[in-house]
Design a protein around this ligand. Structure first.
Ligand code: UGA
Length: 433
């Protein structure tokens, strides 16, 4: 099939590479000349495991092309995907300006023959109908098209396997013809097929992300109970997760969820709730607990640090990505700087982005051991694999103090006691020396 994808962020680019790799001809439309040039040169612009190789392979095979031009890319396509951003607006609502302006451009370039316009961007319930209206207003009667809603469930860091082996392929459609074309395009991809109307598909995306965020906030809430009562959050939540009806995933307490999706999507669902006059108390509390999780960890550091030198391991909002959007690290670092901490930090991929925000207020080094050299305290904000089995004896020798704050519970309590660290984690007892 020949397809177009508008947008080359995590969703657009991963989807483009995966579809090209199945033999489709894929045109990707962007709006920044330098970025398009880099993408055509094989630079994915983002760090996502396996993506650079897949991009280069499919560019070489001439199945993938990046362009600024809607014409003729769209005219040649049977399916046109919208995969642009829907950032949070001032009141938490999803900002749909990019989606709507792209819909106008699609309308100007559709061929007379039939095209499916498929929206992958996360958009509030009712948006796909508006996309249909925008396009309908601009075209003449010979142009035929349908709009379908195909939300994406890929995670950063595992984007390629999530796209080739998803739990489900969701198609919101009110046209049999469009549904058939979309099912055909996804033929090589595993996962349950779910076909719904447009509104249900739109809501399934928000409900899924909000459910996952709710599980995380619930885990953080239970970790607060554990810290006050002497229970161990790791044991409590893993036992809770053993109940098949609950499941163990996304029950890890920590310093809260971040990233470009959960914070934005929970806010947007709250906003939609206000519009529809639905009580949003549960979701309000999910957000509150998320803020509490990162604030109480910052307080823990401020209260228990011995000395003002602090080393930080991990800055990205989760491992295997360089993304720092809404990363808990940013909120915590701001508080620590207000409290006059001298910070040295290391992250395998995300330092350049944090550097843009904090400049020389933080010292960056290229190795986790260098972070520990001469520091009074050490804090872990992201559970990158390279920290999990690091030589902690060496770390202890390099540090001036011996206090570790672990926001992701990556170390065993007995081991930390044996090594002689003062060890503060989340929802577990403090190891003192
Ligand atoms: C999330 C969803 O998992 C994807 O299904 C969805 O497609 C995507 O949003 C999106 O809407 O585009 P992502 O934001 O990449 O994916 O990352 P997650 O793995 O979901 O993690 C989100 C945050 O939750 C991270 O900050 C992570 O550290 C935190 N988290 C996750 C916890 O604090 N505890 C957990 O148990 C799990």
């Amino acid at each position: 099939m020949t397809i177009t994808i508008i947008g080359h962020g995590y969703v657009g680019l991963v989807t483009a590479c995966v579809f090209a790799n199945f033999g489709n001809q894929v045109g990707v439309i962007g709006r920044t000349p330098e970025k398009i040039k880099k993408l055509n040169g094989g630079d994915p612009l983002i760090y996502e495991p396996g993506l650079e190789e897949l991009l280069q392979k499919n560019l070489e095979a001439r199945r993938l092309k990046f362009t600024l031009d809607y014409d003729p890319t769209i005219k040649n396509s049977q399916v046109v995907f919208i995969a642009v951003g829907t950032p949070s607006g001032d009141n938490g609502e999803a900002n749909l300006s990019q989606v709507f302006s792209v819909a106008e451009k699609i309308a100007e370039n559709l061929k007379d023959d039939y095209t499916v316009v498929s929206c992958k961007s996360t958009v509030p319930v009712g948006t796909n109908r508006k996309i249909k209206e925008i396009i309908s207003r601009k075209i003449n009667s010979s142009v035929k098209f349908d709009v379908v809603s195909t939300p994406e469930f890929l995670r950063e860091g595992t984007g390629i396997s999530d796209t080739t082996h998803p739990d489900r392929i969701l198609i919101g459609s009110e046209s049999k013809k469009a549904t058939k074309i979309m099912l055909d395009l996804h033929r090589e991809i595993s996962g349950e097929r779910v076909v719904t109307n447009l509104a249900s598909a739109e809501l399934i995306k928000y409900a899924s992300n909000s459910m996952l965020a709710t599980k995380i906030s619930f885990a953080n809430l239970i970790s607060f109970y554990c810290e006050k009562s002497g229970a161990n959050a790791e044991q409590v939540l893993s036992a809770v997760g053993l109940d098949n009806r609950i499941g163990s995933k996304f029950l890890n307490p920590g310093i809260g969820y971040g990233g470009a999706c959960f914070p934005k999507d929970v806010k947007a669902l709250i906003h939609t709730g206000h519009e529809l006059q639905v009580n949003t108390g549960l979701l309000d509390e999910v957000e509150n607990i998320n803020k509490l999780a990162r604030n109480s960890f910052a307080e823990k550091i401020i209260k228990n640090s011995k000395g003002k030198k602090l080393g930080i391991w991990g800055l990205s909002f989760k491992p295997n990505t360089d993304d720092v959007r809404e990363a808990p690290s940013i909120f915590i670092i701001k508080k620590l700087l207000e409290n006059n901490f001298e910070i040295t930090a290391y992250d395998p991929e995300a330092m350049k982005h944090i550097q843009k925000q904090f400049g020389n207020k933080i010292k960056f080094v290229d190795d986790p051991y260098k972070v520990s050299e001469g520091t009074d305290n050490l804090a872990i904000f992201t559970e990158w694999n390279e920290f999990k089995q690091i030589d902690l004896k060496r770390v202890k020798k390099l540090m001036r103090g011996k206090v570790i704050f672990d926001g992701r519970n990556i170390y065993d309590l007995d081991k930390m006691k044996e090594l002689g660290f003062e060890y503060h984690s989340v929802g577990r007892k403090t190891i003192s020396v």
